[in-house]
Ligand binder design. Structure first.
Ligand SMILES: Cc1cc2nc3c(=O)[nH]c(=O)nc-3n(C[C@H](O)[C@H](O)[C@H](O)COP(=O)(O)OP(=O)(O)OC[C@H]3O[C@@H](n4cnc5c(N)ncnc54)[C@H](O)[C@@H]3O)c2cc1C
Length: 245
């Protein structure tokens, strides 16, 4: 770990560097993520590759109330050695898309920032965050900032249900709290009747006081789903199920 920067009260940027990254190959997919194993742990947690350049890899970590990585990243981590897994990504905007909508909470900000910097079609963003993050998103997007209702809480599903949907072909990408994402998958399928190729909705974490979900590596589920010809939606739904089984 070569640097730790506090970007806002709830967001910390960790920069990884060194010879160990010699074999890292980005997928180039703008929402790509890696599994991160911190010192003294065996379990991984998943983080978006905010950037990869000049042999350095940036991860932006949300500091929430309690958590394995959260607690580790609170301390002085510079000089420590971590393990990351091979990157995977799921953003798959069709070439025919004429607009893009991105919706997410603070955990989705790294991916939304990278996606918005990667595309060149009109992009609208809804960001539900606990802190002001001036300059975090590229200027290209039309951004609606929403206040997060509380730690471990999100109201993004109701926001999406009230969006005025643009005309024409486009792509909808969303990530955040799992129960909100499940509600939105149903909304997109049943109310909006979108084909699975028109959206990508991912549960990044689970809030509330429910049973702790199992930590499941999305990588193998992703690979198996792709090999079986499943859509991104089917794969993310299988990931949710695996965490809750
Ligand atoms: C593909 C993918 C990409 C992701 N990218 C990012 C990223 O770039 N940055 C990022 O910060 N996170 C990202 N996440 C989410 C992150 O993996 C989870 O938030 C993870 O649980 C955090 O680990 P932890 O060790 O801090 O907490 P854990 O030990 O996993 O959880 C401890 C407790 O905190 C709760 N919790 C977990 N996350 C949150 C949260 N965000 N807010 C409130 N409560 C929470 C849990 O339900 C649990 O009760 C991503 C997840 C996926 C699947």
């Amino acid at each position: 770990m070569v640097r730790r920067e506090q970007l806002s009260p709830h967001l910390v940027r960790l920069t990884l560097g060194g010879d160990g990254l010699g074999s890292f190959h980005s997928t180039g997919i703008p929402d790509e993520w890696v599994g991160l194993v911190v010192p003294g742990q065996f379990q991984s947690r998943y983080y978006t590759v905010r950037s990869w350049r000049d042999g350095e890899l940036e991860l932006d970590i949300v500091m929430h109330d309690v958590g394995l990585v959260t607690e580790w990243a609170t301390g002085d981590v510079v000089g420590e050695t971590v393990v990351i897994t091979e990157p995977r990504g799921s953003f798959a905007m069709p070439v025919s898309a004429t607009w893009l909508m991105l919706v997410g909470d603070l955990t989705a900000m790294p991916a939304m920032a990278r996606i918005a910097g990667h595309v060149d079609i009109p992009t609208r963003i809804w960001a539900e965050v606990p802190d002001a993050l001036p300059g975090y998103l590229p200027n290209s997007g039309d951004v609606t900032w929403l206040e997060q209702p509380g730690d471990g809480e999100s109201l993004l599903a109701s926001v999406v249900e009230s969006i005025d949907w643009p005309a024409g072909d486009g792509y909808f990408w969303m990530a955040g709290e799992s129960a909100q994402m499940r509600a939105i998958r149903k909304h997109l399928m049943r109310e909006r009747r979108l084909p699975a190729t028109a959206y990508d909705v991912m549960g990044y974490w689970r809030g509330g006081i429910q049973r702790q979900p199992r930590v499941v590596d999305p990588g193998p589920i992703w690979q198996a789903g792709k090999a079986a010809g499943h859509s991104d939606e089917e794969i993310w739904a299988a990931y949710d199920e695996a965490r809750e089984s």
